[in-house]
Design a protein around this ligand. Structure first.
Ligand code: HEM
Length: 512
C-alpha cells in the first residue's frame, strides 16, 4: 500500500491547479479566437473587398492616406466594397453615384452612427454628432439648428459680429508687420469665436490660454480618433487596460476637455433667466428643465457637455483647415491670388468691408473657395455612419448596424464628374462668361439626414474671413521656402505647419 505524505500531496495539487489554469486559459483563448474568426466572416450578400489578415483584418491598410487607398480599392472591387476592421464589418461607399444612392435616396437607412467602443467611451453614443439615429439625435439636432438660427446665421446682427471678428483677425495678423508667422493659432481662435458666440454668447480673446489649450487637446483627439491605436481599440476594447498606447492619450485629453467645458458652461449660464435664452447653453438648460419629468428625455448635463464640445470642434477644425489651405494655395499660386485681389478691389470700392451681399458679385472668390473644399478634402471620409436598418444597394445586402465609410474624397476625384480632378483649378466652377456654376458632385458637407449642420455658417465665415484677409494683404512664403502640400492625416486633412508673410497692400482703383 502506498502512503501519501503531506510533502508529496502539495506539489501534485499545485501542479494540477497550474494545469487547470493553463487549460482554462487555452480554452478561453480558443474561444476568443473562434469568436473573432466568426465575426470576421462576411455575411451572406455582403459586398466583396480586399482579403483580410486573420484577427486584425484590414486595419493596417488604413494607416497611411486611407482615403486614397480606399479609392484605389474601389477600382478593383467596385464602388461599394467591404473591409474588415478587426471583426468590425464595414462597407465603403465610393464615387458620387454610390454616395448619392445611399446618403440621399436611402437617407434614413444610412443615418445612424456605429456603436464603436471609442464613441461609446467618449460620448456614450449621446450628444449630437456621435448620437445614435433616433429621438436623442433628433432632439439635439433640432435644438442646435434652432439655436444657430436664433443666435447665429439667421440674424442680420450676426453678420456684423463675424465682420468684427474678421477685423480682430486681420489686426492681429498686421502685428507681424509682414514678417513670417504660422497662421494656425490666429485662424483657429478667430473661427472658433464665431461658434462661441452662438454657444456662449461671447468670444474669447486671442490670448486666452485655457481656451486655446482646450482646442489643442480637442484637435489632437480629432487626429488620434482615426489613428491605428483607435482602430485597434475599437476592435479589441480590452486594450483599454494596457497602460500605454495613443488611445490612453485620447481618453486623458477627453477628460480634461470635458472638465474645462463644464466650468465654461457654468460660467456662461450664470445670470440665466428661464425662457429668455441668450445662447445655446441657456436654450439647452430650458429644455433640460422642461423635460425633467420625462424619463425618455435625452437632455442631460452630460449630453450638454458632449454637444457643446462637438459643436465647437466640428465648427473649428473644419473651417480653420479650409482657411489655412486657402492661404497656402493663394501664396502657392500668385496668379490666382492676383485675380482674387482684382475682383475684391472692383467690388469693395474705397476699401469698404465685405458683406454677404457681395458674394454673388464675386464669382471668382466663390470658385476659389469651392475648389479649396473640393481639392483639399477637409473631411475626406466624412464621419463614420451606420445602417439603421437592413439596406439593399447595387444588389448587395447590408445588415442593420453595419459601419459605413463615405469616401468623400472619391466623390471629389470622381473622373466621371470632374475633368482632371488632380489639378487645382478654380476655373471649373465658372462658366464661359465667368459666372459661378454649382457642380453636382461637390459634397464637402456630405448629404442626407446627417449632413453638416453648420454648412450655412461655415459658408458665411469662409467668405467673410477670406475676402477681409485678401482685401488687406498680399500673401507670400518667406523667401526661399515653399511648404509641402502633403496633408497631416486625421479625421480632417490639415496642412502641415507652414510660415507665411502677410504684406499690407494698397487697394487699387477699380479696373486699373
Ligand atoms: C468648411 C467647414 C465644414 C465642413 C467641410 C464640414 C463637413 C462636415 C461633414 C463632412 C460632416 C459629416 C456628415 C455625415 O455624417 O455625413 C459634418 C457633420 C457635422 N458638422 Fe460640419 N463641416 C464644416 C463646418 C461646420 C460648422 C461651422 C459647424 C458648427 C458650428 C459644423 C457642425 C457639424 C455637426 C454638428 C455635424 C454632425 C451632424 C449630425 O451628426 O447630425 N460643421 N460636417
Amino acid at each position: 500500500m502506498v502512503s501519501l505524505t503531506a510533502a508529496s500531496v502539495v506539489p501534485v495539487s499545485r501542479a494540477m491547479a497550474l494545469l487547470s489554469v493553463g487549460c482554462l486559459a487555452a480554452a478561453l483563448m480558443a474561444y476568443l479566437l473562434v469568436r473573432q474568426l466568426v465575426k470576421q466572416r462576411r455575411p451572406p450578400g455582403f459586398p466583396p473587398g480586399p482579403s483580410p489578415i486573420p484577427i486584425i483584418g484590414n486595419i493596417f491598410s488604413l494607416a497611411t492616406e486611407p482615403h486614397v487607398f480606399l479609392k484605389r480599392q474601389s477600382e478593383v472591387h467596385g464602388q461599394i466594397f467591404s473591409l474588415d476592421l478587426g471583426g468590425i464589418m464595414t462597407v465603403v461607399l465610393n464615387g458620387y453615384d454610390c454616395v448619392k444612392e445611399c446618403l440621399y435616396h436611402q437617407s434614413e437607412v444610412f443615418a445612424d452612427r456605429p456603436s464603436l467602443p471609442l464613441f461609446k467611451k467618449m460620448t456614450k453614443m449621446g450628444g449630437l454628432l456621435n448620437s445614435k439615429y433616433g429621438k436623442g439625435w433628433n432632439d439635439h439636432r433640432k435644438l442646435a439648428c434652432n439655436s444657430f438660427r436664433y443666435f447665429g446665421s439667421g440674424l442680420r446682427l450676426f453678420e456684423r459680429k463675424i465682420s468684427e471678428e474678421c477685423m480682430f483677425f486681420v489686426d492681429a495678423i498686421d502685428e507681424h508687420k509682414g514678417k513670417p508667422f504660422n497662421p494656425k493659432h490666429l485662424v483657429t481662435n478667430a473661427v472658433s469665436n464665431i461658434t462661441n458666440l452662438i454657444i456662449f454668447g461671447q468670444r474669447f480673446t486671442y490670448d486666452d490660454r485655457d481656451f486655446q489649450h482646450m482646442i489643442e487637446l480637442f484637435s489632437e483627439n480629432v487626429e488620434l480618433a482615426v489613428s491605428g491605436w483607435a482602430l485597434l481599440y475599437n476592435a479589441f476594447p480590452w486594450i483599454e487596460y494596457m497602460p500605454f498606447g495613443k488611445h490612453q492619450k485620447l481618453f486623458r485629453n477627453a477628460m480634461e476637455v470635458y472638465d474645462f467645458l463644464l466650468e465654461v458652461i457654468k460660467r456662461f449660464s450664470h445670470g440665466r433667466v428661464p425662457h429668455v435664452p441668450r445662447h445655446y447653453v441657456d436654450a439647452y438648460l430650458d429644455e433640460l428643465e422642461q423635460n425633467s419629468g420625462d424619463p425618455s428625455s435625452s437632455f442631460s448635463y452630460e449630453n450638454l457637455i458632449y454637444s457643446v464640445g462637438e459643436l465647437i470642434i466640428a465648427g473649428t477644425e473644419t473651417t480653420t483647415n479650409t482657411l489655412r489651405w486657402a492661404m497656402l494655395y493663394m501664396a502657392l499660386y500668385p496668379n490666382i491670388q492676383e485675380r482674387v485681389h482684382r475682383e475684391i478691389d472692383s467690388v469693395l470700392t474705397n476699401g469698404r468691408a465685405p458683406t454677404l451681399e457681395d458674394k454673388h458679385k464675386m464669382p471668382f472668390v466663390e470658385a476659389v473657395l469651392h475648389e479649396i473644399l473640393r481639392f483639399c478634402n477637409i473631411v475626406p471620409l466624412g464621419i463614420f455612419r451606420a445602417t439603421s436598418q437592413e439596406a439593399k444597394v447595387n444588389g448587395y445586402t447590408i445588415p442593420k448596424g453595419t459601419m459605413v465609410i463615405t469616401n468623400l474624397y472619391s466623390v471629389h476625384f470622381d473622373e466621371k464628374y470632374w475633368n482632371e480632378p488632380g489639378v487645382f483649378s478654380p476655373q471649373r466652377f465658372l462658366d464661359s462668361s465667368g459666372n459661378f456654376v454649382r457642380r453636382e458632385a461637390f459634397l464637402p458637407f456630405s448629404l442626407g439626414k446627417r449632413h453638416c449642420l453648420g454648412e450655412q455658417l461655415a459658408r458665411m465665415e469662409m467668405f467673410l474671413f477670406f475676402t477681409t484677409l485678401l482685401q488687406r494683404f498680399h500673401l507670400q512664403f518667406p523667401p526661399g521656402t515653399v511648404p509641402t502640400v502633403t496633408p497631416k492625416l486625421g479625421m480632417t486633412l490639415q496642412p502641415k505647419h507652414y510660415s507665411i508673410c502677410a504684406i499690407r497692400r494698397q487697394q487699387k482703383v477699380p479696373n486699373s
